[in-house]
Write a protein that binds this ligand. Structure first.
Ligand code: NAD
Length: 464
């Protein structure tokens, strides 16, 4: 696609208020592929005004009509899926096969789910002598990261529109082209002017202005815990609603009765997918002491298939590459042992990191506590189930996880004791309707399905 040099506000592309731009870089070859405008507080203000103006009519639009608008959006995403996949590959670096199936495919599922939910959801309920109206919260300020550039946008915009809210989006500075393509899709789908608005720009400038804007009723943020904390404080001071989808350090718990080979190979695939840039990735594999050596051998064989530049793409930018290599060095310095990979970059060009597996990791090491956001797995040894539970729950995060056992009931019994928002049982499939979000410092609020929709609604009770 061709980059736009303006902002999408009030149903049209308008010139940016300031002259600054952001260079978009292809992380596979480090070439600048486009420039987009770096928005200012002035652009954010114009976008919020457009969203406010559009809100009353959109909120009053019957849910079936809102559903039709979201269905039309889904159809455009389907029609333009090849272009979406190519754009994500160009600015994120994901292998094209992953961009096609996941980056372009999942948003179609999620948009489709909200087209159905908008039509079927009950925006009114009876409780005793009351009728409770579920009304849209208002103008949403959405701030998204680069790791799933379209999914993160659709997971906010589709439920917000289904609820009757209007939106201003500030996407990540590394992946603005996918966001511009999404704005084109909104336009092509014929959604009313102002219900969706896009301001590209830097986090501390445009993102901060959006989070703090008094015309925004709800801030929905996905990104790092550090920035989330700041946004939560800003929203709290203004008594504004906030949803935070933050980092994770999820545990993949392999109980002794499990199919070890399958659990290890799915566990490796989970961490290497999207170059490890997945907030819900199972970056700690927990294995019983009697099966530890066997698991290490299986892991070494499985990770060898993940060749950088083929199945594994680069990291998104040079800073992330340096950060992840720094964590690998820290792991070695703290006494962990390399089973595969290491801190050296595999190629001179492109922000690649070698798929890395660590053994002899203890729960308190930095690499077992902090989110790395790269293709790095730590394998930890546990003594018994209580020890496994203590390790699994022993971080500040609680976003996702996995449990493997001979039968589902045994795995479920363990999963019930995990402090985390999502658990895959014996490799369970992705469900676009299941609530997604964190316990503890992984966040506040839920996305996807009916739980995700309810984040954008507020209640009004009428007593009779
Ligand atoms: P980030 O927090 O740096 O940036 C996320 C977004 O916030 C970007 O759009 C950025 O421009 C904006 N931003 C940055 N500073 C801001 C500020 N002061 N005020 C307002 N907005 C600001 O995160 P990142 O590096 O882009 O993404 C990686 C992180 O996101 C990881 O920690 C990862 O776990 C997390 N993440 C979480 C989820 C989830 O659903 N829980 C999903 C994806 C990523």
């Amino acid at each position: 696609m061709k980059a736009h040099d303006g902002m999408y506000i009030g149903g049209q592309w308008r010139p940016a208020a300031g002259p600054d731009t952001i260079a978009v870089v292809n992380p596979a070859d480090e070439q600048v592929i486009a420039h987009v405008p770096a928005g200012t507080a002035e652009d954010v203000d114009a976008a919020v005004r457009a969203a406010r103006e559009a809100f009353p009519a959109w909120a009053a639009t019957p849910p079936a009509e809102r559903a039709a608008g979201i269905a039309a959006l889904r159809d455009v995403l389907v029609a333009r899926k090849d272009e979406i996949a190519e754009t994500v590959t160009a600015e994120l670096g994901a292998p094209l096969a992953l961009s096609r199936t996941v980056h372009a495919g999942v948003p179609v599922l999620v948009a489709g789910s909200y087209a159905e939910l908008a039509a079927s959801y009950s925006f009114e309920e009876r409780i005793g002598n009351s009728t409770v109206l579920l009304e849209p919260v208002g103008v949403v300020g959405a701030i998204t990261p680069w790791n799933y550039p379209l999914h993160q946008v659709v997971a906010k915009v589709a439920p917000a529109l289904a609820a009757g809210c209007t939106v201003v989006l500030k996407p990540a500075e590394d992946t603005p082209l996918t966001a511009q393509l999404f704005a084109e899709a909104i336009h092509e789908a014929g959604l009313p002017a102002g219900v969706f608005n896009l301001v590209t720009g830097l986090g501390p400038v445009a993102g901060q202005a959006l989070a703090a804007h008094e015309g925004v009723d709800l801030v929905s943020f996905t990104g790092s815990t550090a920035v989330g904390r700041q946004i939560g404080a800003t929203a709290g001071a203004a008594v504004k609603r906030v949803a935070l989808e933050l980092g994770g350090k999820s545990a993949n718990v392999i109980l002794p009765s499990a199919d070890l080979a399958k659990a290890v190979s799915v566990g490796i695939a989970n961490v290497m997918s999207n170059s490890g840039q997945t907030c819900s990735a199972w970056t700690r594999m927990l294995v019983h002491k009697n099966q530890y050596d066997e698991a290490l051998a299986l892991a070494a064989a499985a990770v060898a298939k993940y060749v950088p530049g083929e199945r594994v793409g680069p990291l998104v930018n040079a800073k992330q590459q340096q950060r992840v290599r720094g964590y690998i060095e820290k792991g070695l310095a703290e006494g962990a042992r390399l089973v595969a990979g290491g801190p050296e970059a595999p190629y001179e060009t492109g922000y690649y990191v070698s798929p890395t597996v660590f053994a002899d990791v203890t729960w308190d090491m930095t690499i077992a506590q902090e989110e790395i956001f790269g293709p790095v797995l730590s394998i930890l040894k546990y003594e018994d189930e209580e020890d496994a539970l203590r390790i699994a729950n022993g971080t500040v995060y609680g976003l996702a996880g996995a449990v493997w056992a001979a039968d589902a009931a045994e795995a479920v019994a363990f999963a019930r004791r995990m402090d985390t928002g999502q658990v895959d049982i014996n490799g369970g499939r992705f469900n676009p309707l299941a609530p997604f979000g964190g316990y503890k410092q992984s966040g506040v609020g839920r996305e996807l399905g009916p739980h995700g929709l309810s984040e954008y609604l507020q209640t009004k009770s009428l007593q009779f």
